[in-house]
Design a protein around this ligand. Structure first.
Ligand code: SF4
Length: 323
């Protein structure tokens, strides 16, 4: 389908590699980690090994049009029509195959030690966050299991518009975006396609509160002059969700968002931390961690925020043929 028809342009983007509706793109941090140039903040907070992480989505379409999104909304046409969905095992296998294919060129790179390259060829994490809204894939709970069966941890990022689907999903860590503290700001910031998106997000908070097998994160992209107000209302939403973690991240003026927002909309790191502190006053999350290079702050109840499975002494790594 061509761009002018509003089709899934991004699947054809040279930077996306796809098989049917599954798309993978190498994360910049994965490349950095391979070259020994640093790992993502999720390594620092949670123990993710960036060079072994797949960034993918089982669906590139989205039912929101967030102003801060770096992606091109023209490629997000929401109507799912008669998609022939691949089964979850096929999606998991395609993700691994696409990732190893994308990284294969690093095998001949002088900056990448052989051992690290070999590890990257056996991914152990997936971030289901590349694009689109993953809950629109009808077999998402089974896809998470398909990754877990392959000894791959799962980070699932959702906009919270499908509470009934999220109730069935138990990833290693479940992120829900809360990018507004009230309905008016929500409408202006997120521009949801469906009229009841705000109500569904609130319903999702209750779904999160019920989770006991999965770690939950409320994630907010802070856009100066748009949604950086009423920290106490954001905190109330985190409390309702009984969120394990709260991640606050500065909007970055990149990609297609540059056509929608000014450079001034990017808060600096100090402003992100200040907002986190303001929220913290209303929350039981006594720990505040930060990574200035990523302009991100994390609120947590305990100092130890690593995923227990990813502790260096855990069976997860012992079973790894390469570690
Ligand atoms: S967790 Fe996210 S930022 Fe980190 S390597 Fe994976 S995709 Fe990249």
């Amino acid at each position: 389908m061509s761009d002018s028809e509003g089709g899934p342009r991004q699947v054809d983007d040279p930077n996306y590699h796809s098989e049917n509706h599954t798309a993978v793109q190498t994360c910049g941090w994965t490349k950095n980690a391979l070259r020994g140039q640093g790992k993502c903040y999720k390594n620092i907070f949670y123990g993710i090994e960036s060079h072994r992480c797949i960034q993918m989505t089982p669906v590139v379409k989205c039912n929101e049009r967030c102003v801060f999104c770096w992606r091109d909304h023209a490629g997000h046409a929401y109507e799912l029509g008669d998609v022939e969905w691949d089964d979850p095992d096929a999606v998991a296998e395609a993700s691994i195959a696409l990732q190893t294919e994308l990284l294969s060129g690093f095998g001949g790179n002088d900056q990448v030690p052989r051992e690290r390259f070999d590890e990257a060829m056996v991914p152990r994490h997936v971030a289901i966050s590349l694009d689109g809204e993953p809950t629109l894939y009808p077999y998402l709970p089974e896809l998470l299991e398909a990754f877990h069966d392959r000894d791959i941890t799962t980070f699932l990022v959702s906009n919270g518009t499908r509470p009934e689907m999220l109730a069935e999903c138990d990833p290693t860590q479940l992120y829900v975006s809360v990018d507004a503290p009230d309905r008016k700001t929500f409408d202006e910031t997120v521009k949801a396609v469906e009229d009841d998106a705000w109500e569904r997000l609130v319903e999702t908070l209750d779904v999160l509160a019920e989770k006991d097998r999965t770690r939950t994160v409320i994630r907010t992209t802070l856009v100066d002059g748009h949604n950086m107000h009423h920290p106490e209302w954001y905190a109330a939403m985190c409390t309702r969700a009984r969120a394990d973690f709260v991640e606050l991240k500065a909007y970055m003026h990149v990609g297609h968002s540059r056509g929608r927002l000014d450079r001034d909309s990017m808060p600096d790191h100090e402003e992100v931390v200040r907002f986190a502190e303001e929220m913290q006053a209303y929350l039981p999350h006594d720990e505040l961690k930060e990574v200035p290079a990523s302009r991100v702050a994390l609120l947590a109840r305990d100092a130890d925020t690593w995923i227990p499975t990813l502790e260096k002494s855990s069976a997860f790594w012992e079973r790894d043929p390469l570690v």
